[in-house]
Design a protein around this ligand. Structure first.
Ligand SMILES: Cc1cc2nc3c(=O)[nH]c(=O)nc-3n(C[C@H](O)[C@H](O)[C@H](O)COP(=O)(O)OP(=O)(O)OC[C@H]3O[C@@H](n4cnc5c(N)ncnc54)[C@H](O)[C@@H]3O)c2cc1C
Length: 439
């Protein structure tokens, strides 16, 4: 598995390199029983407990000074049920392994995010999502969950069994227990045709509603300091399969999107004044392409340039105005932003603390390359996002607290009441959860 997060000299670091923690001890349970025993032992020793995935979160949501539970030995597929079209996987399974195993069985998830390095439990616990008109986040595809709660007992939930736990625990922030297995809805594998096409900022924002309505999965990247975007439309296709040829794929996805992009980031970091010119040149170099492939090969791609990210969900009808405000802010500021801004959508879902809970949503994500100061840009962007009742991604940089969340999540109290019931002694607490959920 890709171990993005590292632990050297007892220090745990996340993928973005902006969070570090020193756990009191690490355990790598190989079974649900071992995991439950580790939770009970932590309680005896008066230590907090935190299960981690691959450390791909940019917030300190996965940091702990207590017992760090590693996922590496809780991996693999438990069962595939072709009658109910579900798959049950161990919680530490990397999404990549799940996607590849499903494809071998002729099955697929319906929607996914940009990468597949994360574990299934890590990805779903923070509400990881891609883009979709009807299909929601990865957590919205969950049909059942098994978790070890603070007293070391195993609790199962689904729409029928413990439905109040199911409503919240699909995006549980690691606050309700340690997830040990997840049951996902799957469908027969299908083909998607991707159409990538440059488009002006003015055109994509004026036609956003149609572009969203006409495509199953629509997203675009805006290049700050330019009026250019690159759009991507993914729609189901009857075939034939027409993958990006291997050499072309290497050139476009590895050399241009990762290699040349990395060099441009280094130049921009050394000489920030060159960033607007680099952005204009690179946005002009974009070209259209169309390919047809199985879902995970269309939805996901490698991300080798390390960065730090903030992403907010705003009501979908507010996305164009929010983005225009962001563009005006960047144009008027002295900021130098070398990373594209990503825009995606999700339909309303029924998960208590999902960023799309009860509201059709659009996501706007801002990034800065690792090692460059991001605070000024993110602070200015966050001011714009919160003015539109934005809900930050739980795993991406933000400064919001429990008081704010009580205002933007109508069911916030439902989540905290369940947490009071399942974890009264705050065994799964850390500084981040104290801030976002309250003590
Ligand atoms: C390069 C990159 C690309 C990304 N792309 C996207 C994207 O397209 N869409 C998107 O929405 N996000 C994206 N993200 C964010 C990322 O998907 C989330 O932060 C995700 O939570 C990371 O998963 P992880 O396995 O690394 O979990 P971690 O970051 O290690 O942990 C996240 C949370 O999950 C909890 N957790 C982990 N395992 C368990 C368990 N077994 N039981 C209970 N809680 C558990 C942890 O306690 C923590 O609270 C991206 C991040 C990076 C670095």
């Amino acid at each position: 598995m890709s171990t993005a997060a590292s632990a050297k000299n007892g220090t745990w670091r996340n993928w973005g390199g902006n969070v570090a923690a020193r756990p009191a001890r690490e355990v790598t349970p190989a079974s649900v029983d071992e995991l439950a025993a580790a939770v009970r032992k932590a309680a005896e020793d008066g230590l907090k407990v935190k299960a981690v995935g691959t450390g791909h979160s940019f917030t300190s949501i996965a940091a702990t000074d207590g017992v760090l539970i590693r996922p590496h030995l809780l991996t693999g597929i438990r069962t595939i049920d072709r009658d109910s079209m579900t798959v049950t996987v161990e919680a530490g399974t990397p999404l990549k392994r799940l996607n590849m195993a499903l494809a071998r069985e002729g099955l697929s998830l319906t929607n996914m995010g940009d990468i597949m390095e994360q574990t299934v439990s890590g990805a779903t616990s923070t509400g990881t999502h891609g883009t979709g008109r009807e299909s929601g986040s990865i957590a919205a595809q969950i049909k059942g969950l098994e978790l070890v709660t603070a007293d070391g007992s195993v609790l199962s939930c689904s729409e029928k069994e413990n439905p109040e736990v199911f409503a919240a625990a699909r995006i549980g922030l690691g606050a309700l227990g340690v997830v040990t297995a997840i049951t996902f809805a799957v469908e027969p594998i299908f083909l998607l045709t991707a159409r990538e096409e440059p488009m002006s900022f003015d055109k994509v924002t004026s036609a956003f509603d149609e572009l969203w309505a006409e495509n199953e999965h629509f997203e675009f990247y805006w290049f700050p300091h330019t009026g250019s975007t690159n759009t991507k439309r993914n729609n189901r296709s009857a075939g034939p399969e027409k993958p990006v040829p291997q050499l072309q794929g290497w050139f476009e996805d590895e050399f241009l999107s990762n290699g040349v992009f990395q060099v441009a980031q280094w130049v921009g970091r050394a000489a920030p004044g060159t960033i607007p010119s680099i952005a204009r040149i690179s946005s002009k170099a974009l070209s259209s392409r169309t390919y047809t492939d199985i879902p995970y090969k269309v939805f996901t791609s490698p991300r080798r340039v390390r960065f730090v990210e903030m992403e907010y969900a705003v009501p979908r009808e507010a996305v164009v105005e929010t983005l225009q405000e962001l563009k005006t802010m960047v144009d008027r500021s002295g900021l130098r932003v070398s990373f594209p801004v990503e825009v995606r959508t999700a339909p309303a879902d029924d998960i208590t603390l999902s960023t799309a809970s009860g509201r059709d949503s659009a996501y706007i994500a801002v990034h800065m390359v690792k090692g460059t100061p991001y605070q000024a840009y993110f602070t200015a962007a966050e001011r714009i996002f919160t003015a539109h009742e934005g809900r930050p991604h739980w795993g991406k940089v933000h400064t919001r607290d429990a008081e704010y969340f009580a205002g933007v999540y109508p069911r916030f109290g439902e989540f905290t009441a369940l947490r009071d019931r399942l974890d009264p002694d705050r065994r799964f607490q850390n500084d981040y959860l104290r801030r976002v959920l309250g003590a």
